[in-house]
Design a protein around this ligand. Structure first.
Ligand code: GYE
Length: 343
C-alpha cells in the first residue's frame, strides 16, 4: 500500500482507539477526579450507612435540628445518610424505620414524635442487629436496651426552669400572693417535649395555690394550631395574666393574637409571656421586651450523635443519656447570644 494512503489510515485507527479508551474510561469512572475520590471523600463501601427518621418540620427549632444532623452525618464525614421526614405522623416513622431495617443500614437515628407506640419496631431493629440512637425526644419503653443512646434535652428540667423563673419574677414584682391566671399552649400531646415541660412546670406550680391554671391546650408545636387555640382562649378568658407557650413558633402567634386585641405583652405589658426553644427571632423579642423569658432548648445535636456512632464503630462504650447545654434567656443576658444565634 502506498504511504499516502497508509499514514492517514493509521492515524484514523489511532484516533478511534483513543476515543474508545476515553469512553470506556469515563463509563467505568476511571477518569473521575482521583484526588477527590480517594482523599477528601471515603469510597462508598467505607461509608457508614445511617437511616435518619426525623419526626417532621413543624418548627424553626426542627429545621435547625435537621440541618445539624444532616451536616454532621455528611459524606465528607464518612456517612451515607438516608433521610426521612415523618410529617408528625407516627405511622410514617414506623414505616421509615422498617424500610431502614430492610435496607440493612448500619445505624438508625430517630427522633420520636410521641413517647408511646414504638416498642415493636424498635424490637425489630434490635433483632436485626441495628443500633438505634434517639435524637431530641425519647420513648417510653420497658426495656431500655431497645436503643443504645439518647442525645437531647432534659425537658422536665426546662419546665422546672420556667416555673422557677416565674416564682422569682412574681416575687420581684410583689405579686407573689396575688392570683395569677395562667394558660398553657402545649406542644404535641404525648411527646416527651410536652410531657417533660408540663411535668416540670407543674412540679413548681403545685407549691403555689395562687397560680390558677385556666386551661392547658394541645397546639401541636405549630403556629397554625396555636393560632386557632389562642383565639379560643382569648374569647373564653378576659383576664389572662400569663401565657406559657411550649415553643417559639406558638409564642409568635400567641403574641400576635393578643396584640390584635390590644393586649400588651412582656416586660411592660399586661400579660407575662414564657417561651421555649430560644431561636433568633424569639430572642430578638426577648431583647425588645415582648417575651419575658425564653427557656433554651438546644437543637444542635448532630455532632453528639456522630461522636456516639464513631465510638460505637471503635467498639467503645457510650453513655445512655447525653444532655446538651442550655440557658435561660431574659433581657439581662440575651444580647451576648443574639448575634451568634444561627437559627
Ligand atoms: O421545642 C419544638 C419542636 O422536641 C424539643 O419540638 C423539641 C420540640 C421543640 O417542634 O419547637
Amino acid at each position: 500500500m502506498r504511504r499516502h494512503v497508509l499514514y492517514p489510515m493509521m492515524a484514523a485507527i489511532i484516533v478511534l482507539i483513543l476515543c474508545a479508551t476515553i469512553i470506556i474510561g469515563e463509563r467505568s469512572g476511571f477518569f473521575l477526579n482521583p484526588a477527590k475520590d480517594t482523599e477528601s471523600e471515603p469510597s462508598d463501601d467505607k461509608l457508614i450507612v445511617v437511616g435518619i427518621s426525623q419526626l417532621g418540620s413543624e418548627s424553626v427549632w426542627r429545621t435547625a435540628n435537621t440541618e445539624s444532623i444532616q451536616n454532621a452525618l455528611s459524606r465528607e464525614n464518612g456517612y451515607f445518610a438516608i433521610f426521612s421526614n415523618a410529617r408528625q405522623k407516627q405511622d410514617n416513622q414506623i414505616k421509615a424505620i422498617r424500610s431502614f431495617i430492610s435496607q440493612r443500614v448500619d445505624y438508625i437515628v430517630f427522633s420520636p414524635c410521641t413517647e408511646d407506640g414504638f416498642e415493636n419496631v424498635l424490637a425489630e431493629a434490635r433483632d436485626a442487629g441495628i443500633p438505634v440512637i434517639l435524637m431530641d425526644r425519647t420513648v417510653n419503653v420497658e426495656d431500655d436496651s431497645l436503643y443504645v443512646a439518647h442525645v437531647g434535652s432534659d425537658m422536665k428540667q426546662e419546665g422546672i426552669k420556667a416555673g422557677i423563673w416565674l416564682e422569682q419574677e412574681l416575687w420581684k414584682r410583689g405579686r407573689n400572693e396575688e392570683d395569677i391566671n395562667i394558660v398553657i399552649l402545649k406542644g404535641t400531646e404525648g411527646s416527651s417535649a410536652e410531657i417533660g415541660r408540663s411535668e416540670g412546670f407543674h412540679e413548681i406550680s403545685k407549691n403555689h395555690p395562687n397560680w390558677k391554671i385556666l386551661a392547658e391546650v394541645d397546639a401541636d408545636f405549630t403556629n397554625t394550631k396555636a393560632k386557632e387555640e389562642m383565639g379560643k382562649l382569648l374569647r373564653e378568658f378576659s383576664d389572662i395574666d400569663e401565657v406559657i407557650s411550649q415553643n417559639d413558633d406558638m409564642t409568635f402567634v400567641a403574641v400576635a393574637a393578643m396584640r390584635s386585641r390590644c393586649i400588651t405583652t412582656g416586660i411592660d405589658g399586661q400579660v407575662i409571656v414564657v417561651s421555649f426553644d430560644a431561636c433568633h427571632e424569639a430572642l430578638t423579642m426577648v431583647y425588645n421586651g415582648t417575651i419575658n423569658v425564653d427557656i433554651e432548648c438546644n437543637p444542635m445535636q448532630g455532632e453528639y450523635v456522630s461522636q456516639i456512632i464513631k465510638k460505637l464503630e471503635n467498639g467503645e462504650s457510650v453513655e445512655k443519656e447525653n444532655s446538651v447545654d442550655e440557658v435561660v434567656f431574659t433581657k439581662e443576658n440575651v444580647l451576648e447570644s443574639l448575634d451568634s444565634r444561627a437559627y
